[in-house]
Design a protein around this ligand. Structure first.
Ligand code: PLP
Length: 452
């Protein structure tokens, strides 16, 4: 029964990002099955999953193609490693297929088991690159406050979540942060229009590079669109200026595409949507639609050439780097994304329609700003639309709204006072209507609470 699952769960399972006491009191929600964009819980409720699990189930749940690929590979060869000059056919085939879908200039991949491991790999790889270039003092990596890059020591240090830094002695040395391009928070109060603010926010990178000393800066890492930070869509002026700055100081640009990759923003990769030219791309999640763990780093020619021609052995790797079953699932997943034309669907249909619908939700009395980019979006909840006044923190407006979502068969995530979505890319326009109607109902219920 649900109660038995909950008791055993609270007794033994230390969940990630979860208050253990709260879980013990309230009990977990137990998700038992899923199909397309809908989940089922142990009480039989049907739930529209507007978060694709954790930003990953791009092709939707229950795809037989992925299940068959995993089953076939498990029978054929469930595991072999890729250390010491060995490899497996799925790992090779996937590397070849990734080279087809990666942006121009990318021909190589380093496999890891997750996005966090991918970002740890980045830290070692960029520092190794500069060592090999005869500039070993280039060690510092710049990232952004409120960015999320994972939970390993390097991933959480690169990330700009202060509540994470407060636990476990982070960040590790050699990582420093700049402010995020969040217009509502930083540009609007300063009276800047979005376009002006984009340039100002990018300028913070240049200031930081000059402060650290350009000869010491190895790389800048950022998500094209900050995801877990609240789906913060930067002004269009931001990324071109970031690119100019990285080019000017020779700083490597790393695009963390763990969320934005594999169609989420309407291109294969988010860097193509925002118009940046990264040297390295981290990926995970959507590469297998979350059916099985896989992550890694796509390595552009600037870095690959040096690593391959001058590097000798790169003393780095994971047992599951190039796991054959994970790679087989990724192959089936990418082929399916192509066959279903999901990137085109997001670019031409789902993205524009979602933008239209979110613009209408933006008129709701509770919403200060509505933003989307492809198949991701956010609604900022405010106390007063005209002045932009925020709700008092203790009200936990986002959690209040999220509670109504849960109660009404909708999964949306609350990040502070931003309500965010990243639905499966297979979502139809009729399903957008269904989701938007649910969101509207939950906003109305939250407004009624606030007014009561
Ligand atoms: N980078 C970004 C942008 C992410 O959103 C995440 C996870 O949400 C990660 C890295 C870490 O990936 P993983 O949880 O697979 O380690």
């Amino acid at each position: 029964t649900t109660a038995e699952w909950q008791a055993a769960d609270a007794a033994h399972f230390l969940h990630p990002f979860t208050d253990f006491q709260a879980l013990a009191k309230k009990g977990s929600r137990i998700i038992t099955s899923a199909e397309n964009i809908y989940l089922r819980d142990s009480e039989g409720h049907r739930i529209l999953d507007a978060m694709s699990g954790l930003w990953c189930v791009n092709v939707g749940y229950g795809r037989q193609e992925l299940i068959d690929a995993a089953t076939r590979q498990l029978r054929e060869l469930p595991f072999y490693n890729s250390f010491f000059q060995t490899t497996t056919p799925p790992a090779v085939e996937l590397a070849e297929l990734l080279a087809e879908v990666m942006p121009p200039g990318f021909q190589h991949v380093f496999y890891a088991g997750s996005g966090s491991e991918g970002n740890d790999t980045v830290v070692r790889m960029v520092r190794r690159y500069w060592d090999l270039q005869g500039q070993p003092e280039r060690q510092v990596i710049i990232s952004r406050w409120n960015g999320y890059h994972g939970s390993t020591m390097a991933g959480a240090s690169l990330g700009g979540m202060k509540y994470m830094h407060a636990q476990g002695g982070l960040p590790i040395p050699g990582i420093t942060h700049i402010e995020q391009p969040y217009w509502w928070l930083h540009g609007r109060p300063a009276g800047l229009c979005r376009a002006e603010f984009g340039k100002v926010a990018a300028g913070w990178l240049e200031q930081k590079i000059l402060e650290v000393g350009p000869e010491k800066v190895a790389a800048f890492i950022a998500e094209p669109i900050q995801g877990a930070g609240g789906v913060i869509v930067p002004p269009e002026t931001y990324w071109p200026e970031i690119q100019r700055i990285c080019d000017q100081y020779g700083v490597l640009l790393v695009s963390d595409e763990v969320i934005c990759g594999f169609g989420r923003t309407g291109h294969w990769f988010g860097c193509q949507t925002v118009g940046s030219r990264p040297d390295l791309i981290t990926f995970a999640k959507g590469v297998t639609s979350g059916y099985i763990p896989l992550g890694g780093v796509m390595v552009g020619e600037r870095v690959a050439k040096v690593l391959i021609e001058q590097g000798g052995e790169f003393e780095h790797g994971y047992t599951y780097s190039g796991h054959p079953v994970a790679c087989a699932v990724a192959l089936a997943n990418i082929r399916l994304i192509r066959e279903l034309k999901l990137v085109e669907h997001v670019h031409d249909e789902l993205g524009p329609y979602l933008a239209e619908q979110f613009a209408q939700l933006g008129e709701h009395p509770l919403v200060g700003e509505a933003q989307t980019c492809g198949a991701m979006g956010a609604l900022l909840l405010v106390k007063d639309r005209a002045s932009g006044e925020a709700f008092p923190g203790e009200l936990e407006i986002g959690m209040l709204c999220r509670g109504h979502c849960f109660g009404n068969g909708l999964i949306m995530r609350a990040v502070g006072d931003r309500m965010i979505i990243a639905p499966p890319l297979v979502m139809t326009l009729a399903q957008v209507d269904e989701m938007v109607a649910l969101i509207r109902r939950c906003l109305d219920l939250t407004l009624a609470d606030v007014r009561a």
